[in-house]
Design a protein around this ligand. Sequence first.
Ligand code: NAD
Ligand code: UGA
Length: 459
Amino acid sequence: MRIAIIGAGYVGLTTAACLAELGHAVVCCDVDRERIADLSRGRLPYYEPSLAPLLRRGLESGALAFTVSTSACVAQAEAVLLAVGTPSAADGGVDLSQVERAARDLAPHLSPGAVVVIKSTVSVGTARRLRETIAEARRALDFSVASNPEFLREGSAVGDFMQPDRIVLGADDARSADVLRAIYRPLEQQGLPVFVTSCASAEMIKHAANAFLALKIGFINDVSDLCEKTGGDVLAVAEGIGLDRRIGRSFLQPGPGFGGSCFPKDTRAFAATGRRNGAHQPLVETLIARNEDRKLRLARRIVRQARLSRGARVAVLGLAFKAGTDDVRESAAVTIVAALQREGMRVHAHDPRAYDTARPLLPDVQIEETPYAAARGADALVILTEWDDYRSMDFARLAADMRGTTIFDFRNLLPPDTAARYGLTCIRLGRRPEMPAVEAPAQKRAAFPGRSAAAPGHG
Ligand code: NAD
Ligand code: UGA
């Protein structure tokens, strides 16, 4: 099928490359000229594992092409997928200006019978509204509007697109349903579940799914706080409740607060939809406030528990909102670092991927090339992203390089008992700290095993 995709961001580009791989003829357009020039040469604009080979194959076979021209992209396409940004509006609702602008721009160039598919995350009722926008701009009703929300995660985008738990198709007419099914036929033939419903339900499914997953994270973060007061290890609790299939084990990892370009904005949008329509969503309203507050509480905790005074040096490991991406949008790390700086801390940070993306947001942070360079002379060390690189750190080296002895492991990556053998106090989330007192550097060094015995972190 001939498919046009508007927007070459995380969702548009993954969708374009995967649909080309599945045998469709795909043209993808973006207003960002530099991005399109790079993509046409096979260069990815951001870090996403497994996407580069698909991009290359699509370009080589001719199944995938890029353009900055909406008219060239849309002409002859049977389906036009909208994958532009939908940021938060001032009241937390969805700012649909990019979607509406793209719809107005493409309207005159649609071929008769084409289906415009909203892949961006939008509020319920957007498909209906877009039908009117396009009809007005086109002065004809020879097209359909459908909904196909996307559930991929950054860092595993290709796998999530090709092997989704389900494909949700929102169609209010038979033509839309047929075209949507044809797009995903190669995946449906592999036995992947396809769920066809109305546009309004599909739109609501997307926001409700993200709100529910975010609630799971918010819940385990609260349980984690409780375990720290009462005893019990949150990881054991998460495992123990997650083994109940009605609860499930995923999305129960405690952390510094969820971030990224989606959960924060989509929970705000879900809550705003409730307020606008007189069906308040108090669970999600509370979740949003608690998640924001959590980041600030953790920043205060670092200062208090490591007894840091103004001018102290803090090493922050991990700036991306999660591992596997260089995306720092609404990353907990960005908020926590800013809060530490307000308390007078000097921050040296490391992230294996998110250095260029983080730099403009954190101009006063020294971004180092290795975790050990960040740790050098640090009075405390904080882990905020669950990169594998940090799991296997050399404690002997950290202990020798740091000035202080406290590690705040806010992703629960490190074995505290091993850290303790090197004189380091490793504070994990959701577990009562066994060694809360900060030791003097002299005592710490006396407690080291010799360098020859030094094993990588998990040893
Ligand atoms: P993004 O910011 O990475 O990409 C959006 C792209 O659209 C940008 O490159 C921008 O230049 C382009 N664009 C904007 N207006 C345009 C126009 N008129 N014509 C052509 N291009 C235009 O955004 P994203 O992360 O890919 O998210 C896109 C949508 O998908 C959002 O609604 C988001 O909520 C949703 N979503 C995102 C993810 C994710 O993991 N990032 C997952 C599921 C759903
Ligand atoms: C999320 C959803 O998982 C996708 O299904 C959805 O398509 C996407 O949003 C979207 O709508 O755009 P993503 O933002 O890429 O995907 O990342 P997640 O893996 O969901 O993580 C989001 C945040 O929650 C991260 O900050 C992560 O560290 C945090 N998290 C996640 C936890 O703190 N604990 C967990 O158990 C899981």
